[in-house]
Design a protein around this ligand. Structure first.
Ligand code: DLL
Length: 435
């Protein structure tokens, strides 16, 4: 049974009518309150009255991250600051941060979305949940905290880091649920193995992971090493944080909280809508947010959407696991490559650990990709010949599957810095103007 069957199982036609009503309300709200939007609507000659079906959302202008940066910190805010009860922010890797202000009602709705996510993963009142997402400006810590509070679970708010203490608390408190990024879950698993703690013997039975792309083989690796089910949370600061989409126990795509977010897929080049089921860039419009609603926000996340009757009667549209962002895509010898493709291929091979880094360099006019991956201890220590043999095997596996030639560097154990939050997978050493 879902957390909120009224919405999660709403008949599709009724859900769409609800979305249309909320879309019109949101467009009227921002047209009235946010000059940035009212100016754009005027320029395009569009307003709430032009929205007669959900497809008409495609007439609205897009919003991109730079719009948020240019209007930093609160120029896109639709309420006076005295009505804002919390501000989160995300810094990204370059430029100014972007802000996420919330009214009290926005916070409640976010909490509701998170409760749906956690409940679908099997979290209940009786659970002891260890929250190893960072608490602070990042939305992960407090977002998960609020959802678990709503369900009534016992929360252990460890935040990220201090890995040994995470493991001690898991043992001492009998943690049953873990929240963290997937890369931090692997860091915890590895440290536990070093400390000779067998996580599979601990009471922890489920984890909810997100905030960064992770492939199906990494999911299996986490499940195997921690002896848990690895469930998923997806979201972004611009919309609320985690709680935008979540999977259920069947792990078959992520249900989008459609009463809060209208999802579309567009071709990232032409920006035209693509047909349901086709891959492209995910675009969201907030439907109930008051402090800073987003109109057609381009996430840069690549996925596809489909609708079919879901687990426990859910009717929400589903999105495929996001394994890449359009801005993480590398073009190597003319071939488009996502880091996640390399990740999946590396995990096919038993000679390596799931710890890798992709370094992009310029060699003459060409882009060169160096795959640094940690060899299993016994392989790395078996000497140079064996290392070269494995490097050759990895390069051939990548060439055979995606057709690009890469240089492989089998590195020693712990060469790659361990992640406590979002892992850094790509290091771009090309001069800025040549990327
Ligand atoms: O990462 C919110 C979050 C916190 C989600 C905790 C899940 C768990 P941002 O820091 O603004 O917000 O980063 C948002 O992270 O556009 C995706 O590219 C990526 N991302 C988030 N969740 C997933 C996921 C939080 N499950 C950006 N799979 C998004 C793949 C994800 N990528």
């Amino acid at each position: 049974m879902p957390w909120n069957d009224e919405f999660e199982c709403m008949p599709v036609e009724k859900l769409k009518a609800f979305q249309l009503e909320k879309l019109k309300e949101t467009v009227s709200w921002v047209a009235e309150k946010v000059p940035f939007y009212s100016n754009r609507f005027k320029e395009m000659g569009i307003g709430p009255d032009d929205l007669n079906s959900l497809e008409d959302a495609a007439k609205l202008p897009f919003t991109v991250k730079d719009d948020l940066r240019d209007n930093y910190p609160f120029q896109l805010c639709a309420v006076p600051l005295e009505d804002v009860v919390r501000v989160h922010a995300s810094s990204g890797t370059t430029g100014k941060p972007i802000t996420g202000p919330y009214t009290a009602e926005d916070l409640e709705q976010w909490t509701e979305c998170m409760a749906r996510n956690l409940y679908a993963a099997g979290v209940r009142k009786e659970d002891i949940v260890q929250n190893a997402y960072g608490y602070g400006l990042f939305t992960g810590g407090l977002g998960f905290h609020q959802g678990a509070t709503k369900i009534g679970s016992t929360i252990v708010p460890t935040s990220s880091g201090l890995t040994e203490r995470q493991i001690t608390l898991m043992q001492d408190f009998g943690t049953t649920v873990l929240f963290s990024t997937p890369s931090y879950a692997l860091t915890i698993a590895e440290r536990a193995e070093e400390l000779k703690v067998n996580c599979r013997d601990l009471p922890v039975r489920v984890g909810i992971f997100g905030a960064e792309p992770w492939t199906a083989p990494i999911r299996r690796e986490i499940e195997e090493r921690l002896g848990i089910k690895a469930q998923e949370a997806y979201g972004l600061t611009e919309l609320c944080g985690p709680g935008v989409a979540f999977d259920a126990e069947d792990q078959n795509g992520l249900y989008i909280n459609e009463d809060h977010f209208l999802a579309e897929i567009v071709d990232p080049q032409t920006l035209e809508s693509v047909a349901e089921g086709e891959k492209g860039e995910l675009v969201f419009t907030s439907l109930q947010r008051r402090a800073m609603p987003m109109i057609r926000y381009r996430t840069k996340d690549i996925t596809r959407l489909w609708r079919e009757p879901g687990q426990d009667g859910r009717t929400f549209i589903r999105m495929e696991k996001v394994t890449g962002r359009s801005d993480d895509m590398l073009i190597i010898s003319g071939v488009n490559v996502f880091p996640s493709q390399i990740e999946s291929l590396l995990l096919d091979l038993e000679e390596v650990e799931p710890q890798y880094r992709l370094v992009v360099r310029k060699k003459g006019y060409l882009d060169q990709l160096v795959v640094q991956v940690e060899g299993k201890k016994e392989i790395y220590e078996a000497g140079e010949d064996r290392r070269h043999e494995v490097e050759g095997k990895i390069a051939a596996h990548i060439k055979g599957n995606i057709g690009i030639s890469v240089e492989v560097d089998l590195v020693e154990h712990k060469f790659i810095a361990r992640s406590e939050g979002k892992a850094l997978r790509v290091v771009d050493e090309r001069p800025k103007q040549l990327r």
